[in-house]
Design a protein around this ligand. Structure first.
Ligand SMILES: Cc1cc2nc3c(=O)[nH]c(=O)nc-3n(C[C@H](O)[C@H](O)[C@H](O)COP(=O)(O)O)c2cc1C
Length: 175
């Protein structure tokens, strides 16, 4: 796909079918994440977990559902795979959060390029962040905290191109 088309097709998808993401697709997403800009090049301060365990995703969804007061809620919208970005605790509200956003967005665009559906996730993180047992079960190393995630999978929806515009974000020109 041309870069322009990737940008125009990227969108948040909130409906997934059960088709799994292949290992080679996961590798492509991880390459995209590893190509992200990371503050001061401190790659050791960020971490990714590829979570494909259905029971674990269900368990996390149940915790989030309870926290949001909606037990039927699925923060992953049925996506088969969650890629969780974590960072060192000390940077969780600063550069680590920014680094994780870069990694997730790179993967979001790479997923679009592969014809996969995906969505940036943040809301559910707070419902599990203090649950050490779940956080460790999600493959997050000690001393790291989860700060962002990408749900990725396949959808039955058509992911049409959207117009690329300049008026969604207010912009000042300073000449
Ligand atoms: C930092 C951040 C947090 C987000 N958190 C969530 C989330 O928890 N759940 C969700 O469904 N979408 C989430 N989104 C997706 C946004 O709602 C979405 O990008 C926005 O509505 C624009 O739609 P678009 O991505 O289709 O262009 C998040 C996006 C960003 C950048």
């Amino acid at each position: 796909m041309e870069f322009r088309e990737v940008l125009a097709r990227r969108q948040s998808v909130r409906s997934y079918n059960g088709t799994p993401v292949t290992d080679s697709e996961i590798t492509a997403l991880l390459k995209a994440a590893n190509a992200s800009p990371i503050g001061r090049g401190l790659y050791q301060n960020v971490h990714l977990s590829v979570v494909r365990s259905k029971p674990l995703l269900k368990q996390v969804a149940a915790i989030a559902g309870e926290a949001f007061g909606d037990p039927a809620m699925d923060p992953f919208y049925g996506a088969s795979t969650l890629i969780l970005a974590s960072c060192v605790e000390a940077a969780a509200t600063t550069v680590g959060l920014a680094n994780s956003a870069c990694m997730v967005e790179n993967m979001h665009l790479a997923a679009t390029n592969l014809g996969l559906a995906s969505v940036y996730l943040y809301g559910f993180i707070h419902t599990i962040a203090k649950n050490d047992e779940i956080v460790r079960a999600l493959g997050v190393p000690k001393g790291f905290v989860p700060v962002a995630a990408l749900a990725v999978g396949h959808t039955d929806k058509t992911l049409a191109e959207r117009p690329l515009v300049t008026d969604k974000i207010q912009t000042s020109f300073v000449d």
